[in-house]
Write a protein that binds this ligand. Structure first.
Ligand code: MN
Length: 204
């Protein structure tokens, strides 16, 4: 009886673990395609976007929201425009790996591995160069050139999601308790108050 319970528990645990792995990414397609709506429109990827904002960058997403035909296909795209010194600030995609290619300009890019190493990988990219940001890891791109920059990136989800770190931590609604943030960041409350008082621009 005890042995059977153990095996049942083991099987249940393995099943739960397997399910968590499966649902960490888009499910496999059940058909060739699954167009939710017949609503063709231009993605606008040919048009440079205005980058006059606090971070100096603008992301133009092309995911299942813009192209319903991507439904169930596990893939999407973004165009990113950068002003000189423009930054796509540290962020993560909870559901996708990203592969970025530079079309124009010079980008200093990087990502940080998970705990406990938190190792930073960086590279300076020129037109035609490619870089991969693994799923879930915090990453950024910074225009270190004197001209504007343009990059495109493919993402391994129809709905990658974006968590911009500063916006989520210091710009949440409602605010995270200062008691939590002073301890987490090992700073005085006035630093937390200052950061929470900033306007955290969303460039997506
Ligand atoms: Mn990204």
């Amino acid at each position: 009886m005890i042995k059977m319970s153990f095996h049942f528990l083991l099987a249940t645990t393995i099943l739960a673990f397997a399910l968590s792995l499966v649902y960490a990414s888009d499910p496999s397609p059940l058909q060739d395609f699954c167009v939710a709506l017949d609503d063709p429109k231009s993605a606008g990827l040919n048009i440079p976007r205005n980058t006059s904002n606090l971070v100096g960058s603008t992301v133009t997403p092309v995911n299942v929201v813009q192209i319903p035909g991507l439904n169930t296909l596990g893939i999407s795209l973004v165009r990113i425009d950068y002003a000189p010194k423009g930054l796509n600030p540290p962020h993560t995609h909870p559901r996708a790996t990203e592969i970025l290619v530079v079309l124009e300009g010079t980008l200093y890019v990087g990502f940080v591995t998970s705990n406990p190493d938190n190792r930073l990988f960086t590279k300076t990219l020129y037109p035609g160069d490619v870089f991969v940001f693994p799923e879930g890891l915090i990453h950024f791109q910074f225009n270190v050139g004197k001209t504007k920059a343009v990059a495109f990136a493919g993402l391994s989800s129809q709905n990658p999601g974006v968590i911009t770190i500063a916006n989520a931590v210091f710009g949440s609604n409602p605010k995270i308790s200062a008691d939590v943030l002073t301890k987490a960041f090992q700073v005085d409350k006035k630093v937390v108050d200052y950061l929470q008082a900033q306007f955290w621009w969303d460039n997506n």
